[in-house]
Design a protein around this ligand. Structure first.
Ligand code: 13P
Length: 338
């Protein structure tokens, strides 16, 4: 393990004004996204869509890294250039999703355990040769039913994954996501997220993961989308920061939030509020999938002639979130021409 390189990579992932584009949708997840824009989920469409994102000039100023799915890290653009080369040319680092998905947890009433540890050492060695400098592993928790069995099993898997990544000089993004799809209130999200983060850092310690060479990707503290009471931007920021202070060691260089189903503007406003209001020991940035891609997907709709409009929509969201990482975003900026 080369700790100096791991630290350099982790610092670069959370460099000032930049964040991560999560474009690591599995074939099943990208199908769901394509279904909403009536685009067939076939390889050339996935290639064209991702190529247009990676060729967007705003990548250079706003995006530090791109998380890819296995197919994408091996894929070539229409003109034959490997997509990883296009990403690298923009100054961003390629990363790779390495978990194989959340599966039913035996003995549990509907909770999940994220799988993918078998053969991971060998897969990481190959991904590094293909250009990956960081990896992602996502565990998910339902705040309305979570048990210690689920929290502990997922934390243990995250820790084993992170240790194997570091052995291969790949920075692990540790992503424990308390889902926001249910009817729970914000307090339930806060309580479960605290439990999850505490257990996750305990297991990372047991697994000898060097925190300086890792990035945390948590959910923000928000009420469930089906909950009766929604929260203000200030409340989400205040509760999220309070919880991170309780749970995340200061050796961690950066925290890159997932968007988790928040609207584009909410995800930006929450990140901005945290960066404007609080003096924190970590860089706070984004690792958004949906909150960066919903707008360009809609603008693209699978049509070649919409490429420029889709790139403009992606550039706009990337710029808004770049401002939010610096606490410089204002709601009126949303009206700036994309
Ligand atoms: P969302 O921002 O859409 O939650 O995606 C983040 C992600 O990378 C999931 O692994």
């Amino acid at each position: 393990m080369n700790l100096a390189e791991l630290s350099r990579t982790a610092e670069a992932m959370v460099a000032k004004g930049k964040g991560i584009l999560a474009a690591d949708e599995s074939s099943g997840t990208i199908k769901k996204r394509f279904d909403t824009i009536h685009v067939e989920n076939i390889e050339p469409n996935r290639r064209d869509y991702r190529e247009l994102l990676f060729r967007t000039p705003a990548m250079k100023d706003c995006i530090s890294g791109v998380i890819l799915f296995d197919e994408t890290i091996r894929q070539k653009a229409k003109d034959g250039t490997p997509l990883v080369e296009i990403i690298a040319a923009s100054g961003a680092m390629p990363g790779i999703k390495v978990d194989t998905g959340a599966k039913p947890l035996a003995g549990s009433n509907g909770e999940t355990i994220t799988e993918g540890l078998d053969g991971l050492r060998e897969r990481l060695a190959e991904y590094r040769k293909l250009g990956a400098r960081f990896a992602n592993w996502r565990a998910t928790y339902d705040p309305t039913k979570v048990t210690y069995n689920c929290i502990n099993a997922n934390a243990h898997a995250l820790a084993r994954y992170a240790a194997i990544c570091q052995e291969n000089d790949i920075v692990p993004i540790v992503e424990p996501e308390v889902l926001m799809d249910f009817d729970n209130d914000i307090q339930a999200c806060a309580d479960v997220t605290e439990w999850v983060l505490k257990e996750t850092y305990q297991q990372l310690y047991y697994a000898n993961v060097v925190l300086e060479g890792s990035i945390l990707k948590p959910n923000m503290v928000v009420p469930g989308k089906k909950g009766a009471k929604q929260a203000s931007v200030e409340e989400v920021a205040e509760r999220t920061v309070r919880l991170l202070r309780r749970c995340v060691p200061t050796a961690v260089p950066g925290i890159a939030f997932l968007s988790g189903g928040q609207s584009d503007e909410e995800a930006t406003a929450h990140l901005n509020a945290m960066n404007t209001t609080y003096d924190l020991p970590w860089k706070l940035t984004f690792s958004y999938g949906r909150a960066l891609q919903a707008a360009p997907q809609k603008a693209w709709a699978g049509k070649q002639e919409n490429t420029a409009a889709a790139q403009a929509a992606f550039a706009h969201r990337a710029r808004m979130n770049s401002l939010a990482t610096q606490g410089k975003w204002k709601p009126s900026d949303e009206k700036l021409a994309a």
